[in-house]
Ligand binder design. Structure first.
Ligand code: SFD
Ligand code: AMP
Length: 658
């Protein structure tokens, strides 16, 4: 290969460890922090376990919490974990893995107590300012489950504790993992992973007994609303490109509820969060004519049975979106967040100094986690106490930790009464592939865990991975393919470029290759137009999906022609390959589920009803890397936590697969 573009043949570095943590986000940091004491215990039993963490970016600012957050959305405090399960299943339209959710609920607070101990400022109720949460200090809640923080440096704080625990010598930053490698002797077992440095001409191959795959969710699968120079702006972190789902699928792990997605309603153009405005500042959203669209459209929920998953005005995020989207579809947009009225009401009994503080809080909500929204306010001369701001449903994202539940099908804990066998087949948070664990956005069917729950889940996975390694201490991993094959595969886009670059005079225009950017545009356009993106107001049908399937098939074929003219493009090439596979899973699941389970996230226009008779169940899929084919099936839902009096009748309905 040529040196001209900074590529020689990459230096290949092979490492053998016992556990590899892939990713450096909330779940990875939880795992890194938790694992050390368990390694000590293993050592006492004569098993020496070596752990390594690799992140494609720098842990201090990697993943979804990069810009910081202004709230921790899961802190139970005085709440019962069973109520947490009821809230999650309600918000996710009745189908959730209650064992996994309960498990997160009972462990999450300890992570939050640690965050505070490590220096994260948490807002307290008056009088409790100096009392830690762990000592009974009462947090300032924005909602029943959410607490307010000064969280600009949230990720720094959590990453610092993780690095300190694991030791920087066991952390490799700026290595992008491209694929997992299964075991030579057991195809249903993971034995290694391969990736490359995004800064140096180096390729890394790891062999291990177990790994934690926690690369977050998938962003930029759909054409974003942002255009031109703003296109890098999205709500979820643009650098999370579906690696978790794509790599797991290719290794043979079953995925679940990949039809689910998250479409957050956000402050328009800057993607600023709405939670604090709705819950803490008690602001109301309205249509262009000042009408409360939620009240006005409530009856509409009844048309296709959507009301069966709402209890009065208490309803999940997708249903709230549905009410908003109806206004927009019928020409009564834009939707406004009435910030002036909310601030005036709050200020009624405040001193001028307190009012100033309130204004600062309004700005800080954005400064702490989506600074770009402050740019929009400043750039458009918006003073929130004087002028309303527009809200807009964003392009769809795939994730498993926020108000969505796409992800990997995992084994749950073994101590929750009533857990059916198909929920528990081995180690907690292990996928259907031996040795492959996940957490956070990776674990499917258990959303609403957010930053804190993702951290807690990484900790749970740490404990069970160590147990797995102890139980398999004499097993030696053998990779199913050779090092040469892996190098060839990963550097193929570089080779394609070097072979064909002189065929034309314009480096980006060449019939022999496709640039990662163009590949991404093609993916985003077809997902947007056929798989319920913003262009069709989140609607699709069987015919559109058939077209999408064909076009995705061609895009997949063209993946072999991706080019990389530098390391940055090599990263982009593989990110987009992961996005494409994630998109295919999403499309296949939407095609399979013939109902509209998540109105407000997407609509099957040919099956607009919620159909509990046939579809109150999980949809799981598996992928065959050799043939490129997906297999889908229905998996029964089991209710483990009894319904409460204030839950809807539909919520208490048992699962059905029709
Ligand atoms: O306002 C590879 N989230 C919120 N959580 C809260 O608790 N409160 C909030 O206020 C939240 N809000 C919010 C949130 C996220 C974002 C982006 C915004 C606002 C604007 C959600 C949480 O942040 C989220 O639940 C967790 O962070 C999920 O944790 P995890 O570990 O599943 O994902 P990650 O933190 O994004 O980390 C992913 C890591 O993987 C790396 N990576 N490494 C190697 N190879 C590859 N191929 C890789 N691909 C990715 C990444 O670099 C990263 O380290 S609000 O909206 O409600
Ligand atoms: P967001 O800023 O939209 O991500 O919301 C943060 C938290 O507040 C999440 O737990 C949301 O589910 C919740 N939330 C946001 N808006 C509302 C609302 N209007 N009603 C109830 N909960 C909400």
């Amino acid at each position: 290969m040529s040196e001209e573009y900074g590529f020689g043949n990459p230096e290949v570095i092979e490492e053998e460890i016992d556990i590899l943590i892939i990713g450096g986000g909330m779940a990875a940091c939880g795992c890194a922090f938790e694992i050390m004491p368990w390694l000590e215990k293993a050592k006492d039993r004569g098993v020496d376990i070596k752990v390594k963490l690799v992140d494609k970016a720098a842990m201090d600012r990697s993943g979804a919490v990069a810009q910081g957050l202004s709230a921790i959305n899961t802190y139970l405090g005085d709440n019962d974990p069973a109520d947490y399960v009821r809230y999650v299943r309600g918000y996710l339209m009745g189908i959730t893995r209650e064992d996994l959710v309960y498990d997160t609920g009972r462990h999450v607070d300890d992570s939050v107590h640690n965050f505070e101990k490590w220096g994260l400022p948490i807002w307290k109720r008056p009088g409790d300012e100096d009392k830690a949460l762990s000592e009974g200090g009462k947090p300032m809640r924005s909602g029943r489950w959410q607490i307010m923080i000064n969280g600009e440096s949230y990720k720094w704080i959590v990453a610092e504790a993780a690095k300190k625990a694991l030791g920087t010598e066991n952390i490799q930053e700026r290595v992008f993992i491209v694929r997992l490698v299964n075991d030579k002797n057991d195809p249903n077992r993971v034995a290694g992973a391969a990736g490359f440095s995004v800064r140096e001409n180096k390729l890394y191959i790891y062999k291990f007994k177990a790994c934690l795959l926690v690369c977050g969710g998938a962003v930029n699968v759909f054409r974003p609303r942002s255009v031109g120079e703003g296109q890098g702006r999205a709500w979820y972190p643009v650098w999370n490109s579906g690696s978790t789902y794509a790599m797991a699928a290719e290794a043979g792990a079953e995925l679940t509820l990949m039809e689910n997605r998250f479409v957050p309603a956000r402050f328009k153009d800057g993607y600023g969060p709405v939670g604090a405005w709705f819950l803490l500042f008690k602001a109301k959203a309205m249509n262009a004519f000042g009408e409360d669209y939620q009240e006005k459209n409530y009856e509409d929920l009844k048309k296709f049975g959507y009301d069966s998953y709402a209890v009065g005005f208490k309803m999940g995020t997708c249903l709230r979106n549905h009410l908003m989207m109806k206004e927009m579809k019928e020409g009564r947009g834009p939707i406004f967040m009435d910030t002036p009225t909310a601030m005036a009401k709050l200020a009624e009994n405040m001193t001028p100094k307190e009012v100033k503080h309130l204004e600062a809080e309004a700005w800080e909500d954005f400064l702490d986690m989506t600074i770009g929204q402050c740019g929009v306010w400043a750039g458009e001369n918006i003073e929130p106490d004087k002028q309303m701001s527009e809200l807009m449903p964003t392009e769809p994202y795939l994730l498993g930790s926020h108000a969505g539940c796409a992800g990997i099908w995992c084994s749950g804990p073994d101590d929750i009464p009533g857990t059916p066998d198909h929920y528990h087949w081995g180690y907690n948070r292990m996928s259907t592939v031996k040795g492959l664990f996940t957490g956070g956005d990776g674990v499917g069917a258990s959303g609403h865990k957010f930053s804190s729950g993702s951290h807690a889940e990484g900790r749970m996975a740490a404990k069970s991975m160590v147990k797995f390694v102890i139980d398999n201490k004499d097993w030696l991993p053998e990779l199913e393919c050779s090092v040469e094959d892996l190098v060839e595969e990963i550097y193929q886009p570089v080779k394609t470029f070097l072979e064909h670059k002189d065929y034309t005079t314009a480096i980006d225009i060449n019939p022999h290759y496709i640039t990662p950017k163009m590949y991404q545009y093609r993916l985003q356009k077809l997902m947007d137009e056929y798989v319920a993106g913003v262009t069709t107001m989140y609607q699709t049908n069987a015919v559109m999906l058939e077209v999408a399937e064909r076009k995705l098939g061609m895009l997949k074929e063209d993946g072999a022609k991706l080019r990389a003219k530098d390391l940055h493009e090599l990263l982009r090439a593989w990110e987009n390959y992961h996005r494409m596979l994630t998109a295919e899973a999403h499309m296949k699941h939407i095609q399979f589920r013939e109902e509209s389970r998540y109105p407000g996230y997407y609509y099957r226009a040919d099956f607009l009803r919620i159909d509990d008779e046939n579809w109150k169940c999980f949809v799981n899929s598996s992928y065959d890397r050799e043939t490129g084919k997906w297999t889908l099936k229905k998996v029964p839902y089991a209710q483990l936590i009894k319904p409460a009096d204030d839950e809807s009748e539909a919520m208490s309905r048992p699962g059905s697969i029709g």
